[in-house]
Design a protein around this ligand. Structure first.
Ligand code: CTP
Length: 438
């Protein structure tokens, strides 16, 4: 009897140890989930670190995704030593390309389809809220403690003797299991308010919840977004728009009062969700949804509000023009509601604006006639050109610059309205005009 009980106890303890071992060692997950080439790379990196007697770890999102069974193309590695040295050796091994940032003692290695960030383990001190932190080389323990959320503050050892061992000093696996986004300390959002946007991004991407205290701190610190410069906020907006369903994040951001910090009139409502969905349905490689998404987001704004947002976010020239054009075309939509509109009129209403701005207006409008007129412009009218050139007109006897311009304009209108349909008919039209002017 006694031996049976002790046997059961030993079995239980052993299976518990196995579970603990499995939970704390991710080597199986690494082998099963990551491509062999990448596993080989990580083992090589571990060997190099071993030779230098330095700790090397896979950290952040890659560990989180590994535990969630999701694949990732971006890896973050932290070394308790010199990250640039390691990057150089790994670049030789992979024949990948490295970019070095000596000031931050970090490097990025691009190889095959992967992007690997290598960083020296560090502590960060925030001298002033919103400013970039001051960095001091440190241990993995301190490095994990400087991070945003528990689910992003785990590390897996890559050194051969501890290969696969999980360092989860902040309870990240528990929070993954309970689907919670949790900051590591009270001042997390104050130190770096971009984490407010990051929290919403992870919450909605993963279908998690903000842990109650984190939610309270987030609400408390929304005003700290004022300490972050436009470039850093733009980066967060770009990350959001790169997600599968950005409308979920924008909706949540409106609900919590985060979205108005970007611009008070922005909306993360049902309309936006429907329009984003339509955008995904029509998107092709040359109409990346990101550009259309941002134009749809600014759609409710006035020209002045749009200009304010453009200058705060310091968006590039092309995107700034798309956003401006979006609002300019929106202000003209009423003219496109006439079903009798001549093609030349449609052309003149829409010509000269960025293609993305025109597409966005077709998506944004709920009126079939507007959509139809814009589609006619996009599919056909914008490509229409007269066959005759300025040179041809000169040869036909029109010598004055202004006259040439006017005639080309007339030819374009005639082409658009299908009054002329061939080079021959264009020549006839020009001859008629020459005669009329004599
Ligand atoms: N990080 C942080 N605070 C920030 C930004 C980043 O603590 N404001 C830390 C997190 O540990 C994060 C890691 O740096 O996991 C890498 O940042 P990033 O590449 O932005 O995040 P990932 O977790 O890789 O997320 P994603 O899946 O969006 O790429």
């Amino acid at each position: 009897m006694y031996s049976l009980i002790s046997c059961v106890i030993i079995q239980k303890v052993f299976s518990k140890l196995c579970i603990m071992f499995k939970l704390n060692n991710l080597c199986n997950k690494i082998e099963e989930q990551l491509p062999a080439k990448l596993v080989n790379f990580m083992q090589k990196a571990g060997q190099i670190a071993d030779n230098q007697e330095q700790g090397l770890y896979l950290v952040g999102g890659a560990v989180r995704d590994l535990l969630l069974g999701q694949s990732t193309l971006d890896l973050d590695m932290v070394i308790e030593g010199n990250a640039i040295d390691l990057a150089q050796q790994l670049a030789d091994f992979t024949e990948g390309k490295i970019k070095i940032h000596p000031r931050f003692n970090t490097a990025n290695l691009k190889w095959d389809k992967w992007s690997i960030d290598l960083t020296t383990a560090r502590t960060e001190t925030y001298v002033k809220p919103g400013a970039l932190p001051e960095i001091t080389p440190s241990t993995i323990t301190n490095d994990l403690s400087r991070r945003d959320f528990t689910i992003n503050a785990m590390a897996v050892s890559l050194n051969i003797n501890h290969y696969g061992t999980l360092n989860d000093q902040h309870g990240g696996t528990d929070d993954l299991e309970h689907k919670l986004i949790r900051v590591l300390h009270e001042k997390s959002f104050t130190d770096d308010a971009t984490r407010i946007w990051r929290a919403l991004r992870y919450e909605q991407r993963l279908d998690f919840h903000l842990e109650p205290d984190t939610l309270r701190l987030l609400k408390r610190d929304i005003h700290m977004l004022d300490t972050i410069n436009g470039d850093r906020i733009r980066y967060e907006v770009e990350c959001i728009l790169g997600e599968k369903y950005p409308e979920k994040i924008l909706h949540r951001a409106e609900e919590l009062g985060v979205l108005p910090k970007l611009s008070p009139a922005l909306k993360g409502n049902k309309w936006l969700g429907e329009k984003f969905q339509q955008t995904r349905e029509i998107s092709s490689p040359d109409t990346t949804p990101k550009n259309l998404y941002i134009a749809l987001l600014v759609y409710p704004l006035t020209s002045t509000e749009t200009e304010r947002l453009i200058s705060f976010l310091r968006v590039n020239k092309v995107l700034a023009q798309t956003l401006r054009d979006t609002i300019n075309v929106k202000n003209k939509l009423i003219s496109l509601t006439d079903p009798e509109l001549k093609p030349a009129v449609i052309y003149h209403l829409l010509h000269g604006y960025s293609r993305h701005a025109v597409i966005v207006n077709a998506i944004a409008s709920n009126l079939p006639i507007v959509k139809q007129n814009i589609q006619l412009f996009l599919d056909k009218l914008r490509y229409v050109k007269p066959t005759l050139t300025g040179n041809d007109l000169q040869k036909m006897g029109i010598t004055q610059g202004l006259q040439i311009k006017k005639t080309l304009q007339k030819l374009l209108e005639a082409r658009l309205n299908e009054k002329v349909n061939s080079k021959q008919e264009e020549i006839k039209l020009v001859e008629k005009q020459i005669l009329a002017n004599k």
